[in-house]
Design a protein. Structure first.
Length: 213
């Protein structure tokens, strides 16, 4: 089973989103944010749309964020006893496994900022509009195609599975701030993400970002 690319093969370079270009080399303090999610999970899709995108894009938090997306969730990688091959099962079926792997290949082969916006774009529909989202956020799809073509889905997603197992979330989306996963704060992190981000940023760096509650 290979990841989902819908037969798309185009090449772009650089990264631009909306009407804003992020200047490279800008030195700012960044808070580590890890998002554990599934690509076809309705709650994850709503979190990206209503919480994460609003914080990162509308309130311009992304330049202050070391963002790590972890597309795995409650998937399971196991060895098939009949063939000894690794197989993967995802909560929302094989389609989700393929899209999770697509996200992983985007993350591995794109600038972090462009990858986030392209993945957010792809999560807005199913099947994901790979060509449109890649063009909009100027992804180079050649290495992404190679990633999907040359490796199996269990191989692509293995590291994300290990990262997810390390925190053992009881639900997704799940959020860790500053490298710390707090189970008792997940409801607030997924419903008031920007407020929690601002609080953690101020606690770590002593800086109150603009437009924080």
């Amino acid at each position: 089973m290979k990841c989902l690319l819908l037969g798309v093969f185009v090449a772009f370079s650089g990264f631009v989103w909306g009407n804003q270009t992020i200047a490279k080399g800008l030195e700012v303090s960044k808070l580590k944010v890890q998002i554990y999610y599934e690509s076809l999970c309705p709650d994850c899709i709503q979190f990206f749309k209503k919480q994460l995108q609003k914080s990162m894009r509308e309130k311009d938090r992304l330049p202050y964020t070391d963002l790590e997306l972890v597309p795995f969730g409650f998937a399971k990688i196991e060895q098939d006893p009949a063939t000894n091959d690794l197989v993967i099962r995802c909560q929302h079926g094989d389609k989700e496994c393929k899209v999770n792997a697509l996200h992983a290949c985007v993350l591995e082969n794109s600038e972090p900022e462009a990858a986030f916006y392209a993945i957010s774009c792809m999560m807005s529909s199913y099947p994901p509009k790979v060509k449109m989202c890649a063009k909009k956020f100027h992804l180079n799809l050649e290495p992404i195609v190679k990633c999907c073509r040359d490796r199996t889905i269990p191989e692509i997603l293995d590291k994300y599975g290990r990262e997810t197992a390390a925190i053992n979330p009881q639900s997704v989306p799940a959020v860790a701030l500053d490298g710390i996963f707090k189970p008792d704060e997940q409801d607030q992190l997924t419903s008031e993400f920007d407020k929690m981000f601002c609080r953690a940023y101020k606690d770590k760096f002593g800086i109150q970002l603009e437009d924080c509650e």
